[in-house]
Ligand binder design. Structure first.
Ligand SMILES: Nc1ncnc2c1ncn2[C@@H]1O[C@H](COP(=O)(O)OP(=O)(O)OP(=O)(O)O)[C@@H](O)[C@H]1O
Ligand SMILES: [Mg+2]
Length: 114
């Protein structure tokens, strides 16, 4: 399996950002993201998982089978940013029993790509 790991340290937030990406489908990006996230949370890290995929597999796998019914997702926040409306990121963040937080996605995100 070859998945690209991009790690960026954002000093101002004192946070590490890990992006898992690969153009090829079905190679374990979502599975790796969930397990890495929960593993880091179990190790005491504060983890926010951001679902950047319009098919929303990460959101579904964390217990939200109908992402389109969520009132606020990543695309909601991006839409507000694009129209200069104020955003409150915490409104979109969901808390999971495994100790990770989630910024969910929905199919609406595909509209942002065009
Ligand atoms: N290490 C592994 N060993 C065996 N099967 C795995 C492993 N990791 C993932 N899988 C399985 O491979 C399939 C694809 O995994 P996953 O959905 O994580 O891939 P993906 O890259 O996110 O796919 P997509 O491109 O559709 O977003 C799933 O059925 C998953 O259970
Ligand atoms: Mg996936």
């Amino acid at each position: 399996m070859s998945i690209l790991f991009h790690t960026t340290e954002v000093i101002i937030l004192n946070a590490n950002i890990i992006a898992l990406s690969n153009q090829k489908g079905g190679v374990g990006k979502t599975t790796t993201t969930v397990n890495l996230g929960v593993g880091l949370a179990n190790a005491g890290e504060k983890v926010l998982l951001v679902d950047c995929d319009p098919q929303a597999s990460l959101t579904i796998s964390l217990g939200y089978p109908q992402p389109d019914k969520l009132p606020c997702t990543l695309s909601t926040l991006m839409g507000s940013l694009m129209t200069d409306e104020p955003i409150i990121p915490s409104e979109a963040i969901l808390h999971h029993a495994e100790g990770v937080d989630l910024l969910p996605a929905s199919i609406e995100l595909s509209g942002m790509e065009v």
